[in-house]
Design a protein around this ligand. Structure first.
Ligand code: SR1
Ligand code: MG
Length: 412
């Protein structure tokens, strides 16, 4: 039996051999070096470089359990889903995802473009590097991938076939548990709340009956609203940036779900970046400039997304009844309502739940972290409860200003 004819978890030396023998990516005589570069919660990622030519490739492999914890047993099919969706997204939103070269259903890995000349956006923002074209790029990505895979545009039978290719029960279960359920009840006792905020979280989330009811409604929206093909995990750790380029990666959580899942997750993570800058940067011009840039980006993302969605709707909608007067506005209002709800859920789960974000956990001063978390959770609650009216970039900025006013910097 040949070396890669049966599945096993690669080590760096195996990945280099795989790139040479199976991918045939490198010239004869290549001098290969391989490093495991993954720092996500689920998979193993290898970068193989030929020291002679400088050519490189990334190989991403799925294991049977999540990296973050063996508690999560996951179908290897997620690697196929990721490959298929990157291909499709490359057609729907050209230039905004990495190029994918090959999927291997035996080794459950896919080979793709090396984006080492980019930075993960969360890191870029924590290093205070602005991404000037980001709002423009990501709003094209979201409008195109979400609207063009919906029933408004696709033939309904074609849509159902596509939906079938992206049935993703294990990864959806993670989101059902970690985003929609556990942050509000710690049902599996694996939340990781920051100790000084435990009481606050108990009172403000676990014991707030209105929040529980609203999160239940949102969970059923996630479970049963097969609106369009969503990325499913569109946070700033799933986006590579360079000043002139944006590449969305990691769509392994993809499935047919509510468009607001992607939009809301992104908004929440821009808010985390703003809160980190506001909390940890010393007062002065640099902080004002960077937090101003983040606020503008947030506003542009919300407003440009809707403008591009409307324009694309005019151009591409094929469903007759979707052209009835008033329908387009009603439909988009629903997407924005879901987005506000998900913004709130994502803000809560990254603070209370098992999968946290560096924007918050890297805050060294406990008092600052307490304040930042309370600010985010208070904002989250309003996004969830008032989601029917939170629509524009300005609406989000007003809520952010309100939450920051509730927890002034330096107050005891
Ligand atoms: C067990 S996976 C935890 C989280 O990591 C992924 O990036 C998703 O956000 C998921 O919820
Ligand atoms: Mg990921």
């Amino acid at each position: 039996m040949a070396r890669f004819d049966a599945y096993f978890l690669l080590k760096p030396e195996d990945a280099a051999e795989y790139a040479e023998q199976v991918l045939g990516f490198f010239d004869d005589g290549a001098d290969l070096e391989c490093t495991e570069i993954g720092d996500g919660n689920l998979n193993y990622i290898f970068r193989v470089v030929d020291r002679r030519s400088g050519r490189s490739v990334v190989i991403k492999q799925a294991g049977h359990t999540a990296r973050i914890s063996d508690e999560f047993k996951l179908s290897l099919d997620r690697n196929r889903i990721e490959y298929d969706l990157l291909k499709l997204e490359g057609e729907l939103a050209p230039g905004l995802v990495p190029e994918v070269y090959r999927f291997d259903p035996v080794m459950n890995c896919c080979a793709m473009q090396d984006l080492s000349d980019h930075l993960i956006m969360r890191r870029a923002l924590l290093e205070r590097r602005p991404c000037p074209l980001f709002a423009e790029h990501i709003t094209t990505f979201m409008a195109n991938t979400l609207l063009l895979t919906s029933d408004a545009v696709l033939d309904h039978k074609e849509k159902k076939v596509l939906q079938g290719r992206f049935i993703n029960p294990d990864l959806c279960e993670i989101t059902e548990d970690l985003v929609y359920t556990e942050p509000f009840n710690d049902r599996k006792a694996r939340n990781r709340a920051f100790a000084p905020n435990l009481e606050f979280i108990r009172r403000e989330l676990y014991e707030d009956q209105e929040i529980l009811l609203e999160t239940a409604k949102l969970k059923f929206d996630f479970l049963a609203h097969a609106q369009c093909l969503v990325h499913g995990d569109l946070h700033t750790g799933s986006i590579f940036v360079r000043p002139d380029s944006t590449k969305v990666i990691d769509p392994e959580f993809a499935f047919y779900g509510p468009a607001g899942l992607d939009v809301g997750m992104l908004i929440a993570n821009l808010i985390f970046a703003w809160v980190n800058a506001d909390t940890t940067m010393p007062a002065g011009r640099e902080r004002d400039a960077f937090s101003g840039y983040l606020a503008r980006t947030l506003e542009e993302v919300v407003d440009l997304f809707q403008a591009k969605w409307r324009a694309l709707w005019e151009e591409r909608v094929t469903e007759t009844v979707a052209r009835y007067p008033g329908f387009a506005a009603w439909y988009l209002a629903g997407v924005m309502q879901d987005s506000a709800g998900v913004t709130g859920l994502e803000l809560c789960r990254r603070i209370v739940g098992i999968a946290q974000v560096k924007d918050i956990t890297s805050m060294a001063d406990p008092a600052s972290r307490v304040r930042a978390e309370r600010l985010c959770l208070s904002l989250a609650k309003r996004c969830i409860k008032e989601r029917a009216r939170v629509r524009t970039g300005r609406d989000y900025l007003e809520l952010l200003a309100w939450a920051a006013g509730q927890y002034p910097r330096g107050a005891p």
